[in-house]
Design a protein around this ligand. Structure first.
Ligand SMILES: Nc1ncnc2c1ncn2[C@@H]1O[C@H](COP(=O)(O)OP(=O)(O)O)[C@@H](O)[C@H]1O
Ligand SMILES: [Mg+2]
Length: 180
């Protein structure tokens, strides 16, 4: 299976990003990302460090820290943390804006955070899971005469999608409906 192969390549020290995409929720993207981390954790002889970040929750904590001096979850905290680990999962990219079918772009703030994280990891592997389509991420698209813009900065995304492995779920039933 592709995910096992991906984990093996990470364990061997290969560097590439992984995009796990599906239009639906509940088909196992987060589960798969977590299982890759688990394999790396278990097999890696050098004690590699891995981190799983729910991107929406991360952004929420970060925003909250702006007005809350007690909070340790600052932008700097997360970006530094994300830059240090050997394998990072950014889970559910796009969910932070609420409705993925709206024509909203991510806020400048979110885009900047994402850019900082990705820039700090140019030589380390990152796994990104998302319900967003390639078009929504990269180019934007036309729908009923309306232009739906790309969610994030085009340049940033095309860089993040260089040297990638794609794992696409198509027509995978919602596992939550199957009583797993
Ligand atoms: N391969 C699998 N085997 C068993 N349960 C799974 C598997 N993949 C996902 N699940 C379960 O199905 C549910 C939905 O999976 P999740 O990874 O959250 O989907 P997504 O991230 O695509 O929305 C979760 O409860 C998860 O534990
Ligand atoms: Mg998920």
């Amino acid at each position: 299976m592709l995910a096992v192969r991906v984990a093996e390549r990470f364990i061997q020290g290969e560097v590439f990003n992984v995009w796990i995409q599906s239009p639906e929720t509940g088909c196992g993207k987060s589960h798969l990302a977590m299982s890759i981390l688990q394999q790396v954790n278990e097999a890696s002889p050098q004690n590699r460090r891995t981190l799983f970040l729910d991107f929406g929750r991360t952004m929420e904590l970060m925003r909250d820290s702006v007005g809350n001096r007690e909070s340790m979850y600052t932008q700097n905290y997360f970006v530094t943390l994300a830059s240090k680990v050997d394998v990072l999962v950014l889970d559910d990219l796009g969910a932070e804006t609420g409705d993925i079918y709206s024509d909203k772009r991510a806020s400048e703030y979110t885009s900047n955070v994402l850019r900082s994280i990705l820039n700090s990891r140019q030589h380390k592997p990152t796994i990104i899971t998302t319900n967003l389509s390639g078009q929504r991420l990269l180019t934007g698209y036309r729908e009923g005469g309306r232009f739906i813009p790309p969610m994030y900065d085009k340049k940033m995304m095309s860089r993040a999608m260089r040297k990638v492995e794609h794992i696409l779920f198509k027509d995978t039933p919602d596992k939550r409906l199957l009583g797993f």
